[in-house]
Design a protein around this ligand. Structure first.
Ligand code: SF4
Length: 184
């Protein structure tokens, strides 16, 4: 299985990153340290200092958000500090994930990222059955996403012609991470 490096999102179902966790009990860490009460400042500080040295901190945070894991310190953030990130996750727009999906990697996508994949695939002329395979959905669902993408692109083009604020849509031909950069 392909495991995530520090620079790319983990593949869905990949738990190998946990082998590198600085909080692993194999390092003699007390797991309870990562479940402090909000007023236990010393425990919070101790847990965060371990997270600060953790090589998989970003992946840990992504995993907690994507799995709805709201308990305890994860990725260097307390439950309270992660609250807003959990709420905003559906609108996350990480172009590295969009490119990874178009390149065939199976990574977690937010609602906004799925729509962006559909828009870019539509503009690149990728057939609906291929989009269905990329997103692990039915061909009918992929066709529905394409109809939505076509409407969104048409609306944007209309907005541009009428002189309203412009939005540039860049077609993706050969998806590569460097094409679009990272916005998360
Ligand atoms: S970031 Fe913190 S909670 Fe996550 S694996 Fe690393 S040490 Fe553990």
């Amino acid at each position: 299985m392909h495991s995530a490096t520090a620079n790319e999102p983990r593949t869905l179902g990949d738990h190998t990153w946990q082998d590198q966790a600085a909080c692993s009990t194999s390092h003699g860490t007390d797991p309870e340290l990562f479940f402090p009460e909000p007023d236990e400042i010393d425990r919070i500080t101790a847990a965060k200092s371990i997270c600060a040295q953790c090589p998989v901190r970003r992946t840990c945070l992504d995993s907690a958000l994507e799995n709805g894991d709201r308990d305890g310190v994860r990725g260097g953030l307390t439950e309270e500090e992660r609250d807003a990130l959990h709420s905003k996750l559906p609108e996350r727009l990480d172009y590295a994930r969009i490119n990874d999906t178009l390149a065939g990697r199976d990574v977690h996508l937010s609602r906004a990222e799925r729509r962006a994949v559909a828009r870019n695939a539509h503009q690149a002329g990728i057939p609906a059955d291929q989009l269905a395979r990329l997103l692990k959905i039915t061909k009918e669902h992929a066709q529905k996403l394409y109809r939505r993408a076509a409407r969104e692109i048409r609306n944007r083009n209309t907005t541009q012609k009428t002189g309203s604020p412009t939005v540039t849509v860049t077609p993706v031909k050969t998806p590569a991470r460097a094409d679009l950069g990272t916005a998360a």
